[in-house]
Design a protein around this ligand. Sequence first.
Ligand code: AP5
Ligand code: MG
Length: 216
Amino acid sequence: MNVIIFGPPGAGKGTQSKNITNDFNLVQLSTGDLFRKEINNKTELGKKIETLINSGKLVSDEIVNNLIEDIILNSSISNKFLFDGYPRTLPQVYTLDKILKGLGQKISIVISLNVDQQVIIKRINGRIICTKCFKIFNEYFNPPDSKDHLCKREFLEKRPDDSAKTIINRFQNYISKTKPILEYYKKKGSLCEIDGNKKIDEIYDRIKGILNNIRH
Ligand code: AP5
Ligand code: MG
């Protein structure tokens, strides 16, 4: 199965992706993580997109579509992608459908995390990520633990795009360009909306139930 985990910035997509990939033999494909790696490695692409991302704008569909096509077509992974933060616009949705169709695959389900805005703001304010292993933590809800996280503390940082000003742009883009794609998946019958305001484990239990149903 191919799964999309969907939701606004800070909804918990990355956090839940880690749980899902551990239990369901899926491979996470997060465009945000891919872009942050490009920026960290100071590649040509990284230099091109750094200002865009840090100001909360979307990377162009052309760049995203080419990157994704390249990864899916050149990968040995088949029918087990977990897409996180992608697709984010209708042109990205159509491109993904086309690529998957060409491989005889499809999106099995879109799990959308519905989270209230004030909850999201608190989550984003508390977020810390490890720039080495990319684990996601939270000062308030999910602090880094030395048993769980073996990298040095100096790798723990705030994301540059988690500033108050950038968050506003990210939300606006979400509302105007990303949220509308839900309608497409709803019409296809592949949308499943869940309450993302709950605790990490409670949300994951719900996701587990949904994915177990598809698998069997
Ligand atoms: P991306 O990295 O995808 O950012 P995003 O979509 O804004 O989502 P986030 O990663 O901010 O949030 P999340 O839902 O993963 O939440 P998390 O699990 O971390 O993209 C970054 C940028 O790259 C974009 O703005 C854009 O510029 C560009 N980009 C990426 N993809 C693109 C595309 N396809 N097209 C164009 N441009 C693209 O959780 C947040 C915090 O909350 C954490 O601290 C976590 O510990 C905590 N938390 C999570 N769940 C809970 C819970 N249930 N209770 C309490 N705390 C929780
Ligand atoms: Mg994320």
